[in-house]
Design a protein around this ligand. Structure first.
Ligand code: SAM
Ligand code: DTB
Ligand code: SF4
Length: 330
């Protein structure tokens, strides 16, 4: 077994190879659970306060009616999920939601839109939202789909801190899940985001019926981005009725924890976010995810269209685990 880590009692950061093969990461997945979590915890402790968790709140600023056919997504117009197509929210409503999120303790506000990509008129509404949310002293994040040349620069000039754009799954599984674009188009957008000087938030979804080798392939692809993303959301599929993936069996929770650990080991300085799927996870599994190096969550009762634990329940869980909220870092 070729595990590219030399001495389990030394910091791993300096030893981490620049490029990870999917096979390197599969070898991590295959470690005894305790060894894997120990290694992840070691990496985590050498780069972060291990008892700090960053809180991001999501808001869907444009819900439903998306022309794309991503098999996991309740917002595709092609699936009958009961999610109606709505207009872009007014800036005052977005600002009020951001203010409420800040009052509850969130430091980052992430605005999501069900677009293939923003038209210039759409982008201008979002620029106004970014300026307004930034004025509250919060970090800003937007996830608007694929960007054309020049759009990332406009977002950066408005004060956007992070752009979220996920690779979603391994290159060799992508075509089974999404048919309306190629994964390369996602990589092209990520290149534009990076070139504009924005922080990159990029992760994926597990539990879509992929193999362990494909989970390793997703992590390898993320870890090999140069540089790797500052923020890595690891989502568990929320299986929504009406989507093609509605009947996909849930992943073994310990395999989810392993995925978090592999993300932490291969992307030592990234904020690894325990993202969608927490409503279906026990507190014990979430605690294991934090132990495996997750240090960010979505905070607030809603993701984009589906549920998330209540803020009060999360505050209790963090208190129970002795975890404190990370301050704004931007
Ligand atoms: N339309 C834009 C895009 O696709 O990049 C932005 C919004 S899209 C909903 C953002 C991300 O949400 C997707 O890339 C996917 O990772 C995640 N997502 C969507 N539906 C999900 C589900 N049912 N379970 C878990 N994650 C999901
Ligand atoms: C991410 O990786 N997960 C979030 C955020 N980035 C935009 C979205 C999760 C969406 C879950 C399904 C829904 O609520 O519609
Ligand atoms: Fe549209 Fe994004 Fe959902 Fe795909 S994931 S259907 S692009 S909203």
């Amino acid at each position: 077994m070729n595990i590219p880590i030399v001495d389990e009692h030394r910091s791993l950061a300096a030893e981490a190879p620049r490029r990870w093969s999917a096979r390197d990461i599969e070898a991590l997945f295959e470690l005894p659970f305790n060894d894997l979590v120990f290694r992840a915890q070691e990496v985590h402790r050498s780069h972060f306060d291990p008892n700090e968790v960053q809180l991001s709140t999501l808001l869907s600023i444009k819900t439903g009616g998306c022309p794309e056919d991503c098999g996991y997504c309740p917002q595709s117009a092609r699936f009958d999920t009961g999610v109606a197509s709505e207009d872009v929210l007014p800036v005052e409503q977005v600002l009020a939601a951001a203010r409420a999120a800040r009052e509850k303790g969130a430091t980052r506000f992430c605005m999501g839109a069900a677009w293939r990509g923003p038209k210039q008129r759409d982008l201008e509404c979002v620029l106004e939202m970014i300026r307004a949310v930034r004025s509250l002293g919060m970090e800003t994040c937007a996830t608007l789909g694929m960007l054309k040349d020049g759009q990332a620069e406009q977002l950066e000039a408005a004060g956007l801190d992070y752009y979220n754009h996920n690779l979603d799954t391994a290159p060799d599984f992508y075509g089974a899940i999404v048919h309306t674009r190629e994964q390369q188009e996602r990589l092209d957008t990520l290149g534009r985001v990076r070139a504009a000087g924005l922080h990159v938030c990029c992760g994926g979804i597990v539990g879509m019926g992929e193999s362990r080798a494909q989970r390793a392939g997703l992590i390898a692809q993320l870890a090999n981005l140069e540089p790797y993303p500052e923020s890595v959301p690891i989502n568990h599929l929320v299986a929504v009725p009406g989507t093609p993936l509605a009947d996909t069996p849930a992943l073994d929770p310990l395999e989810f924890v392993r995925t978090i650990a592999c993300a932490r080991i291969t992307m030592p300085r990234a904020r690894v976010r325990l993202s969608a799927g927490r409503s279906e996870m026990s507190e014990a599994v979430q605690a294991l995810c934090f132990l495996a190096g997750a240090n960010s969550i979505f905070y607030g009762e809603k993701l984009l269209t589906t549920g998330n634990p209540a803020a009060e329940a999360d505050a209790r869980l963090l208190a129970k685990l002795g975890l404190k909220r990370a301050p704004v870092s931007a």
